[in-house]
Each structure stands twice: as structure tokens, then as C-alpha cells.
Design a protein around this ligand. Structure first.
Ligand code: OGA
Ligand code: NI
Length: 332
């Protein structure tokens, strides 16, 4: 277990800030590339979602978590990773955590109705929705947010493509972000973390996919570790900035870019205040073969990772980190 010294709680990270409304594309790409090489975390501002709508989304999220547990259990996560995830459902860092994460969540994926030919793919399907009489307007707000977050992700992917010396629309094609897997997750953290006793709001991990857009409230909690091999590990807080997204690269992009871009270890510590956040996980098409990008290999820099299908990789990562659904059915 980690020795949680006072010092390690005081460090604050300063991250590059990418302005999506900046006309100077070159400037944005240089700044983005530097962030991707340095730590894989950056802020994004002027993305086109206004503060009022964002406040609305957080309000709706709060309303859901404030429901009685039995109401939330009616929309318990299903086999397609949609719906409510209770406290301790996810365990991200088994080496350092005594049990799961001290957070509750709600996964919402791309809505694919059962009459769609692709509905049976592992990360597609209809979303369970809380009863509209209980939470009026909830679904509409969340679906709008999903659309907006996907739009912003695609804009960032265009900058990422340029930073990787690819055509600007490289990731736009159908087999990539044209028909993506995109899952957003509402989270509520409660309680005080105690790293020396293995208790974390969210255990150390790097995200599975291509990138994650994180919206948070004003409560501090997220930490990153820029060098996972350092001993002892040095953790820095990422302060929330009103109106900005915190964006981080995931393991799939690290594989895709042959390790050129980094996915960075991060975790959340609870300080006793309730904390709400919304990560939006962006992954390419189910069938996308994540294999070394053409600009990331050479005779002296051969591909380091074997190609793997996006849905195969994701299924494996979800299986490793989430409780078996059967445990909930034994309890009821
Ligand atoms: C995650 C995550 C951070 C946060 O869900 O993968 O890292 O601030 N969340 O909630
Ligand atoms: Ni994460």
C-alpha cells in the first residue's frame, strides 16, 4: 500500500489548454501534440457547450443518484454495459485497492434500437432509461449531451490526426469514428479515500479507449501520475476549470500510435464532499482493427503491439474491471 505523504496531496498539475475556436490550427496542433507526448492530459475550452446546459446535465445526474436505491436498481447495468453501477461495482486497481471504487455510476451508450441490424453488437443496443414519470426530461437532456460530447470528440480527433501526421479526416471514416462506440458515464463519488488502507474513490488506471472527455463539478479529486514507473509514484491534482473539459488519451490510442502518444495513469481521491463527474469514453467502430498507424512505424521502429479488434479489446477490459452481474441477482 502506498505511503500517502502530505506532500503528495499538495501537487497540482498544469496542463495545456486547447481552444477549439482558435483559428490558428497550427498553434492548436502543436500544443495538443506536446500535451500528448508529455502526459496525455489536456483541457479543452470553447467547445460549443454552454455553462447553462452543462449545469442542467449535472442537475439531472444529481436527481438520478438522489433516488432510493431500489429505484436505481430497476435500471441496473445490463450485459451491454448500460445502466446503473452500484458502489464497489468497478475495481480498477486490485493491487492497491481492498475492494471496489467508492462511486456509483450510470452508463449510457449509443442508442441502437432492437430493429437495427447492428443492435446485437456487444456495445450497441437500447439504453435502459429511468421512468420518465420519475425523472421528466432526463432522457432528452442526456441524449442531447451524448450528441454534443461526440461532436466535440470528433473535433479533437481531427487535431489528433494532424498531430500524428495523418490526414485531418483520418479518424472520421466509418470504420473508425464514423460509427463509433461512445459511452458516457455519470458518476457520483462519496466518502473519504484512505490510500494507505487501500480505499479509493476511483482506483489508479488508464482508460481503455481512444480518448475520454471528462466533465467535472468544482470539487477537486482527480489525480494523474505522469511516470507510472517512478518509485514512489508522484501524484498531481488536476484542478477543475469551469467550462473546460479535461481530456485524456486511452490505451487504445497508445497502441494505435505505437506508444508515441501516452495514456496516463489517473485516479480519484474522495475528500468527504460529494463529487459528480461525467467521463465520455470514445472508441472507434466495433470492427475497427487497432493496428499501428502508418505514420507511427518505420524500419527502426517496428509495431510494438499486435493488431486487435476494438470490441475484443474493450470486452476484455470491461470483464477485468467489473463485477459479475450474477452477484446482484443472488442478492435479490
Ligand atoms: C474514469 C475516470 C475520473 C473522474 O471514470 O475513468 O477516470 O474524475 N474518472 O471521475
Ligand atoms: Ni479514467
Amino acid at each position: 500500500m502506498e505511503n500517502h505523504t502530505k506532500d503528495s496531496t499538495m501537487n497540482v498539475s498544469s496542463l495545456n489548454c486547447i481552444d477549439l475556436s482558435d483559428d490558428d490550427l497550427h498553434n492548436s496542433v502543436v500544443s495538443l501534440k506536446q500535451a500528448c507526448l508529455d502526459c496525455g492530459f489536456f483541457y479543452v475550452i470553447n467547445h460549443g457547450i454552454n455553462d447553462e446546459f452543462m449545469d442542467d446535465v449535472f442537475e439531472q445526474s444529481k436527481k438520478f443518484f438522489a433516488l432510493p436505491l431500489e429505484e436505481k436498481m430497476k435500471v441496473l447495468r445490463n450485459e451491454k454495459h448500460r445502466g446503473y453501477t452500484p458502489v464497489l461495482d468497478e475495481l480498477l486497481d486490485p493491487e492497491n485497492q481492498v475492494n471496489g471504487d467508492h462511486k456509483e455510476g450510470y452508463y449510457i451508450g449509443i442508442e441502437v434500437p432492437k430493429d437495427d441490424p447492428h443492435w446485437d453488437k456487444p456495445f450497441y443496443g437500447p439504453n435502459p432509461w429511468p421512468d420518465a414519470d420519475v425523472l421528466p426530461g432526463w432522457r432528452e437532456t442526456m441524449e442531447k449531451y451524448h450528441r454534443e460530447a461526440l461532436r466535440i470528440s470528433k473535433a479533437i480527433a481531427r487535431l489528433l490526426a494532424l498531430a500524428l501526421d495523418l490526414d485531418v479526416d483520418y479518424f472520421d471514416r466509418t470504420e473508425m469514428l464514423g460509427k463509433p462506440i461512445a459511452t458516457m458515464r455519470f458518476l457520483r463519488y462519496q466518502g473519504v479515500s484512505d490510500p494507505s488502507n487501500g480505499i479509493y474513490a476511483c482506483g489508479a488506471h488508464s482508460d481503455f479507449g481512444m480518448m475520454t472527455l471528462l466533465a467535472t463539478d468544482s470539487v477537486t479529486g482527480l489525480q494523474i501520475c505522469k511516470d507510472k514507473k517512478a518509485t514512489p509514484q508522484k501524484w498531481e491534482y488536476v484542478p477543475p476549470i469551469k467550462g473546460a473539459f479535461i481530456v485524456n488519451l486511452g490505451d487504445m490510442l497508445e497502441r494505435w500510435s505505437n506508444g508515441f502518444f501516452k495514456s496516463t495513469l489517473h485516479r480519484v481521491l474522495g475528500n468527504g464532499q460529494e463529487r459528480y463527474s461525467i467521463p465520455f469514453f470514445v472508441e472507434p467502430n466495433h470492427d475497427c482493427l487497432v493496428e499501428c498507424l502508418p505514420t507511427c512505424k518505420s524500419e527502426s521502429n517496428l509495431p510494438k503491439y499486435p493488431p486487435i479488434k476494438c470490441s475484443t479489446y474493450l470486452t476484455q477490459r470491461y470483464k477485468e474491471t467489473h463485477a459479475e452481474l450474477s452477484i446482484y441477482h443472488q442478492q435479490t
